[in-house]
Design a protein around this ligand. Structure first.
Ligand code: HEC
Length: 452
């Protein structure tokens, strides 16, 4: 078996850039206008915005160019203290302006082994399996591979080995063969594209007995003890799976692939979707970025949207020093629509339910732990009062999460007295999920408004 690890570092597969844009229902807090795409003017023809919208004027003043936006907004999410963009491996490294420019038309990454947090649009084309010897069939694309450890023992002729120990390979299109089992060498093949050269490479192979299950969509490879090491090596190579999140939708194969940033189309850009927590109507799995920093303000979002919308195809990093075209940017008509609160991170829809589900057991009328009630009527008003533990802080300071004692208790800030919340009496600790923390942070940072 041959390993081609070094090759994988050198080549990247292209990802289809097809948005699914028909019949998008922009409603309630979403971007409720159909963007009127500007023609991208030459950099020297970009004229300043001269309208009256305060947010657009603020964005134009603070982020006249992409370089300013990188320095004042993007870089902030990368700074060492709690920054996410280089310590969480699922995010691209955006530390330099060149990195930002190269995020245009770059595929979003799928990290091996993180099947649950993969967005369909980030799934790559799968590697293919080609059998030789006893079956004569076209190669099939790999959806996902599951290894069940152990020795399979003897086969029970009555029952197909659907969940026996061994190698279970789920493929995107069925293997066409009339045999239900065969002995063969399976070759793992990947297509590499380098500028104008397309090359098919067999990077690994595995010989064993194969069973054809579930109409050819599920192939089971027998793994005996003497083959354990071979299989481990095979899986360590990093087989590219078309359906890495195992939900039956192979993203790239179905033409759903998205890029980190798509020139002209901010709403189809994965990076922006990660900040918003959704793309069109689909929630984006994983936590929202940036987490540990104040969420982006409306002016910052506008800068990012207008940069992406006005980015010419095939521009390079030099274009970052051109003015951002706020005048023609379709989002300048209604920057409020970019408010991150629009994504359902409101008091009623999100924050109150988080408190009810996680805090009500100890902070109710019946159980007023820490002299605090967090469920029922009057909670919002109570949150604007001061903390009983450290009265110099209000529980919530609208616009300032780091000065909000309730938030400090959730992240375990240095200033707190007592335990980090939600307290778990069994373990002595407890923590909300990153997504819940991120949404509370967003809500406070955007003014902690009590919607009805
Ligand atoms: C298992 C019980 C328990 C749960 C669940 C719990 N708390 Fe507490 N909470 C306490 C106790 C006990 C105190 C007082 C001692 C301490 O701070 O450790 C307290 C104190 C507090 C205080 C300080 C009150 C003040 O006025 O200074 C805040 C704020 C707080 N909790 C927020 C929360 C939030 C928000 C949640 C849910 C995410 C939560 N708690 C869940 C038991 C709990």
């Amino acid at each position: 078996m041959s390993s081609a690890r070094s090759l994988f570092a050198l080549f990247a597969l292209p990802v289809l850039l097809l948005g699914c844009r028909e019949s998008i229902d922009y409603n309630d807090g979403r971007i409720d206008f159909d963007p009127d795409r500007p023609e991208v003017p030459d950099a020297e023809d970009i004229a300043p915005y001269e309208g009256e919208d305060e947010t657009v004027l603020e964005a134009q003043r603070r982020f006249p160019t992409g370089l300013d936006l990188h320095q004042k907004v993007i870089w902030r999410t990368c700074t060492p203290n709690g920054g996410v963009c280089h310590n969480a491996k699922e995010y691209p490294d955006l530390r330099t302006p060149a990195n930002l420019a190269s995020a245009f038309e770059a595929p979003c990454n799928v990290q091996p082994g993180e099947s649950t947090s993969v967005f369909d649009g980030c799934e790559p084309n799968g590697d293919r399996l080609r059998f030789s010897g006893n079956v004569d069939s076209d190669p099939v694309e790999i959806g996902y591979i599951e290894q069940i450890p152990g020795e399979p023992g003897d086969f029970d002729e009555e029952n197909p080995p659907l969940d026996l120990p061994g190698l279970h390979i789920h493929v995107v299109t069925p293997l066409q063969t009339d045999r239900d089992r065969f002995w063969s060498t399976a070759r793992f093949v990947r297509t590499f594209v380098e500028t104008d050269q397309v090359e098919e490479l067999t990077y690994a192979s595995f010989e064993t007995q194969w069973f054809v299950l579930e109409g050819g969509t599920h192939l089971y490879g027998v793994v005996r003890e003497y083959q354990f090491d071979d299989v481990e090596e095979l899986l360590n190579v990093g087989i590219q799976e078309a359906d890495a999140n195992r939900n039956g939708v192979p993203g790239a194969t179905m033409g759903l692939g998205v890029s980190m940033l798509v020139p002209g189309r901010p709403e189809d850009s994965y990076l922006i979707a990660r900040i918003r927590g959704e793309m069109h109507d689909d929630p984006i799995p994983g936590s929202r970025m940036p987490l540990a920093n104040p969420p982006l303000s409306i002016a910052e979002m506008l800068g990012l949207y207008c940069l992406v919308e006005g980015w010419p195809n095939e521009a390079d990093q030099n274009y970052l020093s051109s003015p951002i075209d706020y005048r023609n940017c379709s989002y300048s008509d209604d920057p409020e629509a970019l408010n991150l609160l629009g994504n359902g991170v409101t008091w009623e829809a999100r924050v109150r339910p988080i408190l009810e589900a996680n805090c009500g057991g100890c902070h109710s009328d019946a159980e007023q732990q820490g002299d605090l009630v967090l469920v029922g009527d009057g909670v919002y008003e109570r949150l604007l009062e001061t903390s009983a533990q450290v009265p110099e802080f209000p529980l919530i300071e609208p616009g300032d999460a780091e000065g909000s004692y309730l938030y400090m208790k959730l992240i375990g800030a240095d200033e707190i007295v007592g335990n980090v919340m939600p307290y778990n009496p069994l373990t002595g600790e407890g923590r909300l999920t990153e997504a819940e923390l991120g949404d509370i942070l967003t809500w406070i940072s955007n003014g902690a408004i009590e919607d009805q």
